[in-house]
Design a protein around this ligand. Structure first.
Ligand code: PXG
Ligand code: PLP
Length: 439
């Protein structure tokens, strides 16, 4: 394999969510991975402090998953997603429901988190139309929310930069984000802020519930900077949705399948949504797959419109919905998750990680630290007029030191592998402390 990329090869690839000009001057090329470490093109070992992009909680190159994908590629490389099925798509659907809260037991596949979000929003609107309430179309999101990059997702999303560039999107409203100054340096769920859910009542007063289809939130906001929900917040939001007949969607693309130390964020925080999205961890990142899981009665409503049986109940789906490689990878990943008690391991390691990461509270430029499960976010004080620069500089220095961490906006983000050791946590935190000390 030739890792000496030519300038024209570097130029040809328009990289996603990347500073392309900076990257191409100083490329960071990953050529291999194993367990908790990447190998770069200089042969350096780099600790994976974000589990890929929140994808690979079980580490890289998990034997059962490699084998499943390679066997599947031999047996059935592709099977048409529309009007035909293959066994693993059904087997995985049932398996996924075993990880879901009680009552969420119908699974619609797609290829990514962004698509799982679009699917959830379309199901919500379609559901109300079928119920004879076609005016219930409005979609509500939350500040700092990340729901992928498609038009629905950026509309309900609460990260301005992801949307402002692209002009008109869907008409949506947003609850305020839950990042309150009085909660800075909270460990786990912050104490203040449950009442922020009541903003939903103001939005209802503005539009009337008869025009609102759904509200979508991440149980713990991830990409926006890791914001666990205030104690009682999600319960309050659930109650308002129930009182006003509004569907509650949890976007669990990061929270789902282990990272919170529970099977879902819904389980961790004790609130069950009507629709839940997953992606990333479902195949341990090995093959793209997303899914939208709904309450059985939502599915049944689509089946019970009186249309002929051969008619499509929902005109929606992706070429790669339930791709055979993805489904076999998903079955294997969930098997490993189960067999290794990985989720219990996350819950067990979380307190150690919490103390370790909060030991950075007094480092220079650290404005706030937040954590839950094996996720943490740090907000850094901005250079005057340059909010994005410091996290970038810190992350680059960490890369030079042999640690991959995520930076975005004015935050650093950590999402450790589920079987991270205390030694690995210590060395990551020490390196980060050293870097911040001089940043
Ligand atoms: N919803 C949520 C809650 C997500 O975190 C998506 C939807 C979109 O998924 P896809 O597969 O379309 O990217 C995500 C993805 C980060 C980071 O650094 C987070 C995501 C993606 C890339 C980087 O926090 N989340
Ligand atoms: N664009 C065109 C021209 C297509 O034919 C298709 C799928 O058939 C799509 C977009 C959507 O692709 P996907 O199903 O992979 O999302």
């Amino acid at each position: 394999m030739d890792h000496n990329l030519t300038q024209s090869q570097l130029d040809a690839y328009w990289m996603p969510f990347t500073g392309n000009r900076q990257f191409k001057k100083d490329p960071r090329i990953i050529v291999a991975a194993d367990g908790h470490y990447f190998t770069d093109d200089q042969g350096r070992q780099i600790f994976d402090g974000l589990s890929g992009l929140w994808t690979c909680g079980l580490g890289h190159r998990v034997p059962g998953i490699i084998e499943a994908i390679s066997n599947q590629a031999h047996d059935l490389d592709y099977s048409p997603a529309f009007q035909f099925g293959h066994p693993k798509a059904f087997q995985l659907a049932e398996r996924i429901t075993e990880f879901m809260p009680e009552g969420l037991n119908r699974v619609f596949y797609c290829g990514s988190g962004s698509e799982s979000v679009e699917t959830s929003l379309k199901i919500a609107r379609g559901y109300w139309r079928i119920q004879g309430q076609p005016t219930k179309t409005r979609l509500i999101g939350r500040g700092k929310g990340y729901h992928g990059v498609n038009f629905g997702g950026i509309s309900v999303g609460g990260i301005g930069a992801n949307r402002a560039t692209f002009g008109e999107a869907l008409n949506t409203d947003h609850l305020r984000h839950t990042w309150l100054p009085e909660n800075h340096f909270s460990r786990g769920m912050p104490e203040q802020g449950a009442e922020l859910a009541d903003e939903m009542l103001e939005i209802i007063a503005l539009h009337d519930a008869s025009n609102i289809a759904a509200v979508i939130v991440e149980p713990m906001a991830g990409s926006g900077g890791v914001f666990p929900p205030p104690i009682g917040y999600l319960q309050r939001l659930r109650k308002i949705c129930d009182d006003h007949n509004i569907l509650l969607i949890f976007d669990e693309v990061i929270c789902g399948l282990g990272r919170m130390g529970a099977r879902t964020g819904a389980e961790a925080f004790g609130v069950t949504p009507d629709i839940l999205t997953i992606a990333k961890q479902v195949t341990n990142g090995s093959v793209p797959l997303g899914a939208t899981i709904v309450r059985q009665d939502i599915y049944e409503a689509f089946m019970a419109t009186g249309a002929p049986e051969y008619a499509l109940e929902m005109p929606h789906g992706y070429t790669y919905s339930g791709h055979p490689l993805a489904c076999s990878a998903g079955l294997a990943a969930l098997q490993v998750l189960d067999d290794t008690d990985a989720i219990q391991q996350v819950a067990k390691t979380a307190p150690y990680f919490e103390s370790s990461i909060h030991s950075l509270a007094n480092c220079r430029h650290v404005v706030d630290i937040r954590n839950y499960g094996l996720a943490a976010g740090l907000t850094l004080e901005a250079y005057p007029g340059e909010p994005l620069r410091r996290p970038y500089e810190v992350a680059m220095e960490m890369w030079r030191k042999g640690f991959y961490i995520r930076y975005g906006g004015d935050t650093l983000q950590l999402g450790l592998p589920f079987f991270v050791t205390e030694e690995e946590i210590d060395s990551l935190t020490n390196a980060l402390g050293e870097t911040l000390g001089t940043a």
